[in-house]
Design a protein around this ligand. Structure first.
Ligand code: APR
Length: 183
């Protein structure tokens, strides 16, 4: 018998994995987008390349997403059903509301996922690439925000954080262990 997801602690619904997020078979994958939703390098480039032009066509119609917010499109040729484009903060040293904005883009992405009936969601390590957010600082913020959102959104069964390198996974593993201890 399957466990009732509403009876499972929120952090137990968080998984850490290595791989390419574009290959994830989940209801929604989250993109680390920019406010103009115009594509770029990193995860954003990989998602548009693998998903095809349908995703960019929808992004153009939407036009803008503020930092700390998220918008949703179809997923084109990707195995996921939706792409949620979340805009993280550019790291400016820590005094420009980066923590707040990083937390809120995770929460907004999960709220949007739920509004669209998603049960499984995959995230990259938002802001830790081109946007320069130090991974050691980003990991606890991303995980705590996800944990808080999962408490409020019991129907989301699983959130997978997907990393391209082992080092980043290690950083998130340490942060997740601390979150579990404090829960
Ligand atoms: N799957 C999973 N993770 C990936 C992938 C992938 N295919 N490709 C890159 N990553 C990882 C990077 O290693 C990094 O840790 O995603 C993390 C986020 O890096 P970026 O994609 O650079 O995202 P971010 O730092 O949020 O910067 C966003 O970059 O590409 C542009 O348009 C985007 O302007 C926006 C900015």
């Amino acid at each position: 018998m399957q466990a009732d997801p509403t009876q499972v602690a929120a952090y137990e619904r968080i998984e850490l994995a290595l791989g390419d997020i574009t290959r994830e078979h989940v209801d929604a994958i989250v993109n680390a987008a920019n406010s103009a939703l115009r594509g770029g390098g990193g995860v954003d480039g990989a998602i548009h390349r693998a998903g095809g032009p349908e995703i960019m066509a929808e992004c153009r119609k939407i036009g803008y997403c503020a930092p700390g917010e998220a918008v949703i499109t179809a997923a084109g040729k990707l195995p996921a059903r939706f792409v949620i484009h979340a805009v993280g903060p550019v790291w400016q040293g820590g005094g420009a509301d980066e923590e707040l904005l990083l937390a809120s883009c995770h929460e907004r992405a999960l709220e949007l996922a739920r509004e669209h009936g998603c049960r499984t969601v995959a995230f990259p390590a938002i802001s830790t690439g081109a946007y320069g957010y130090p991974a050691r600082l980003a990991a606890p913020v991303a995980l705590a925000a996800t944990n808080d959102a999962l408490i409020r959104l019991p129907r989301i069964e699983k959130v997978r954080f997907v990393f391209v390198d082992e080092e980043m996974r290690g950083v998130f593993e340490q942060a997740l262990a601390l979150l579990e201890k404090s829960a």
